[in-house]
Design a protein around this ligand. Structure first.
Ligand SMILES: O=C(O)CCC(=O)C(=O)O
Ligand SMILES: [Fe+2]
Length: 390
């Protein structure tokens, strides 16, 4: 069952003046092309407990795959409740230290990157040098309603410290089996965050590819910059969702300015939207050309992103410095950052005691030492200073 977003498609098209018909057609046709691709379905394993080869083949071919209903209703409800608490703890305005109840606001104690704001419906990254200039073109910025705030939260980095439900999601055993299959059992963390695209406010993320360090590596391949898992808390649509160009994760670095110039429009004809219901989780290759338009529709999207790398992609590599200050990731650095996985497994076990926990090979001998409680959650403060940004 796909959400009916006809009203949002109309609302979106109405922002584009003489391009309204083109926008409407792009959204409707993109949605149809996305739903026709054979890269969605439940998490499936064969008799030996291995990830079903059809999933791996489709992921490799298209660069993304949608695990439908990967999250239980209970898990989605936990994520929504945490998100409500996070919203209630937003600073009263950008730069404020306290929330509406006078409490220290989310992010006010952090040294690391935490809550990021954007002007409603803007494209804050496109055409700028931010994130090493990876967002090459600036997207159209629709006009927000007159009563919209000057800025609204659009990204929360280091999300595992702010949300026990996100921490537990990080240890989802079926998803981690997929991670292990693609990146090896000694896989490593990358970075976690929430993309917040509130209805009528959410900013755009211009077309880009995520990787930074390994494009010219002699060992370059489709998996060298890792992938993100994208847990959908409310669902994801043609209007509010991420659009991707399938297969581009194999092509190396792409001149996006030229793609847009050749197409004569920012609505890249090769792209299609990732369409999900709440509780679906996407695996998205970081090398895919991807981006999202401003959310002019009536549905909010919040994506719980959590990414992973192959150990060989980060070990003794100097980081890109995008998600955290550039450091060289030696064994000890990676081991320290990976402790979050041990804590996440413990947190998940406490909440879902009947589930068989994931066994993370690098910590298997030490897993019992991880105890999740409020103090352990608080100790995560600024854990993302050690993100493995490549
Ligand atoms: O969620 C979005 O709108 C952008 C996602 C993205 O760029 C990413 O996950 O790397
Ligand atoms: Fe991205």
């Amino acid at each position: 069952m796909v959400q009916d977003i006809s009203r949002s498609i109309e609302a979106c098209a109405a922002h584009y003046g003489e391009d309204a018909d083109a926008v409407r057609t792009y959204l409707i046709e993109g949605q149809a092309r996305a739903l026709a691709l054979p890269n969605r379905g439940p998490l499936r394993f064969d008799e030996a407990g291995e990830v079903h080869p059809d999933i791996l083949a489709a992921y490799s071919k298209y660069g993304f795959y949608i695990f439908e209903n990967a999250l239980s209703d209970e898990e989605v409800a936990d994520l929504k409740a945490d998100l409500d608490a996070i919203r209630a703890n937003y600073p009263t305005h950008m730069g404020a230290d306290t929330d509406a109840q006078g409490r220290p606001a989310i992010g006010s104690r952090n040294k690391a990157m935490a809550l990021q704001w954007a002007k409603p419906l803007s494209d804050p990254l496109g055409g700028t040098a931010l994130a090493n200039g990876r967002h090459q073109v600036k997207l159209f910025e629709p006009k927000a309603k007159a009563d919209a705030p000057a800025a609204s939260p659009f990204y929360l980095a280091g999300s595992l410290q702010f949300s026990p439900a996100c921490l537990r999601l990080y240890a989802h055993p079926g998803l981690l089996k997929v991670v292990e299959t693609i990146n090896g059992e000694d896989f490593t963390p990358f970075h976690e965050g929430l993309f917040i695209k509130e209805a009528g406010l959410g900013a755009a993320v211009s077309w880009h590819q995520d990787g930074d360090t390994h494009w010219d590596s002699p060992d370059f391949d489709e998996n060298i910059h890792g992938f993100n898992l994208m847990g959908q808390i409310y669902g994801s649509t043609a209007v509010n969702g991420v659009w991707v160009i399938p297969g581009t994760h194999k092509d190396g670095r792409i001149d996006i300015t030229k793609l847009v110039a050749d197409a004569g429009t920012e609505r890249l004809p090769q792209a299609l939207p990732i369409i999900c219901n709440a509780g679906d989780v996407v695996i998205n290759n970081r090398q895919l050309v991807h981006g999202s338009f401003a959310n002019t529709g009536y549905e909010t999207r919040v994506t719980a992103n959590f990414g992973f790398h192959r150990r060989s992609s980060v070990l003794n590599v100097k980081g890109a410095g995008i998600h955290a200050e550039a450091a060289t990731f030696d064994d000890a650095f990676i081991a320290e950052r990976s402790k979050v996985m041990g804590l996440a497994i413990a947190a998940r076990k406490a909440r879902f005691p009947d589930e068989t926990p994931y066994s993370y090979a690098p910590l298997a001998a030490k897993q019992d030492e991880f105890i999740w409680d409020a103090a352990a959650q608080a100790d995560l403060l600024d854990y993302n200073l050690m993100d493995l940004s490549i």
